[in-house]
Write a protein that binds this ligand. Structure first.
Ligand code: URA
Length: 425
């Protein structure tokens, strides 16, 4: 059997066996299957899809292409993955919160590319914070503190890195089985007991409609379960930024507020919901009501914040050093009415254009840039009321007018989506 035969079978809607998928992925990693054949395979998968055994086999093979973390016996090892949203700083709160509940959280996160921002960029606004830990360093921080948030080592799922680069230039990123294998191969390389996925849906999300979000969430959960990891997903609203702050330094401060028992309601609510799902998936509790009290206590008592401080110190960060925030100006309502829509992606793009995100991989970013979404969907405003505060080193009338246009005010209020649209178990 040659790669060409297998690609042709997939193109015609046939199924590939686990061995055939292993042959193709291993060949791609060792160079015997060239990029043009792997691109053709990705396109065949894009059009024909994959069934559950094929998706799990692809995930497994990409996971096996690199090292897997090893854990000595002890508390459950858990993690969360978010498909990415504007203002989504949940990871910064969730990892220490779960560590404060006695779980181990080896969180491998990414950088922002595109409007949704990246956890590593946010954390790097803390002077000295290292996101390039080796696998040994990462495991040592988890053993000492209970949680770590760091970048993916090149040794984890290298097949995904190579395949993603091809997908990016061949129009094959938006394929449910390819996204599933990409996300799950990296997460399952952490050797988890339980995983929760936050699949975002709406104007600031990769998945714009509930139908697309559900399809991805179900595929992720089925693949995790098939691979022996207790997996759950929440489909959550991304029609406005999560919390008020979007940017880097400003999001870290909002996460610290939440870790200290404060912060915006939606951010706290979603963090508690995801943490609750994980505690149940890890077998720590039977019901969300029962875990809620514990989780609220860990936030309100300062226990989660203490874990965050320990994690930051273990990763070289100095929380007492200044995290600069650029000078601010407000954009105000020009009429009375209700906030009915926010083009959340446009706000994320404005942050990039102000220097707070990157257009190309590897670009430097300005951590002091951000937006504070003062007004929320459904809120009634009067002319002159603040809609957003923009933190920027330089003013740009063009970007400011795009931000203003991203927020619609109408005479009648509109129906808002709930924060958690559904859960998949
Ligand atoms: N995130 C990933 O890690 N991979 C994808 O394919 C899409 C989003």
């Amino acid at each position: 059997m040659t790669p060409a035969h297998l690609i042709a079978r997939k193109r015609d809607g046939g199924e590939l066996s686990g061995d055939e998928i292993a042959f193709l992925v291993q060949g791609f990693v060792d160079g015997s299957v060239p990029e043009y054949q792997m691109s053709a395979l990705a396109m065949a998968i894009f059009f024909q899809g994959m069934n559950d055994p094929e998706t799990a086999a692809l995930t497994d093979e990409m996971l096996q292409s690199g090292v897997q973390l090893q854990w000595a016996g002890g508390p459950g090892v858990v993690d969360k993955h978010s498909t990415g949203g504007v203002g989504d700083k949940v990871s910064l709160i969730l990892a220490p919160l779960l560590a404060a509940c006695g779980l181990r959280v080896p969180m491998i996160s990414g950088r922002g590319l595109g409007p949704t921002g990246g956890t590593l960029d946010k954390l790097e606004s803390i002077p000295g914070f290292r996101t390039d830990l080796s696998i040994d360093e990462m495991q040592s921080v988890v053993d000492r503190v209970g949680c770590v948030i760091t970048g993916a080592s090149e040794q984890l799922a290298p097949a995904d890195r190579k395949l993603y680069a091809l997908r990016d230039v061949t129009g094959t990123v938006p394929s449910i089985p390819l996204i599933t294998a990409s996300i799950m191969s990296k997460k399952l390389a952490e050797s988890l007991d339980a995983l929760v996925l936050d699949v975002k849906c709406g104007s600031g999300a990769f998945m714009k409609t509930p139908k697309q979000a559900r399809e991805l969430a179900e595929s992720l959960v089925r693949t995790g379960e098939r691979m022996g990891v207790s997996t759950r997903a929440l489909i959550t609203d991304m029609n406005q930024p999560l919390g008020r702050m979007c940017g880097n330094a400003v999001e870290v401060q909002e996460a610290i507020d939440c870790l200290s028992g404060g912060g915006p309601d939606d951010l706290r609510t979603l963090t508690l919901a995801l943490a609750g799902e994980l505690l149940i998936a890890a077998g720590r509790s039977q019901s969300l009501d029962a875990v809620r009290e514990t989780l609220c206590d860990r936030l309100d008592s300062g226990a989660a914040r203490e874990k965050f401080e320990q994690m930051v110190a273990a990763q070289g960060g100095d929380l007492s050093a200044v995290r600069p925030v650029a000078s601010e100006f407000a954009i105000t309502a020009d009429r009375a009415g209700f906030l009915t829509t926010i083009d959340t992606e446009a706000l994320g793009q404005a942050i990039i254009d102000l220097g707070g995100g990157r257009r190309r991989a590897g670009e430097a970013i300005d951590h002091s840039v951000g937006i504070d979404c003062v007004a929320r969907l459904g809120q009634e405003v009067q002319p002159g009321d603040q809609l957003v505060r923009v933190f920027a080193s330089e003013r740009s009338p063009e970007i400011e007018s795009r931000i203003a246009e991203a927020i619609q005010i109408c005479e009648q209020p509109a129906m808002n989506s709930p924060l958690v649209l559904s859960s998949i178990r």
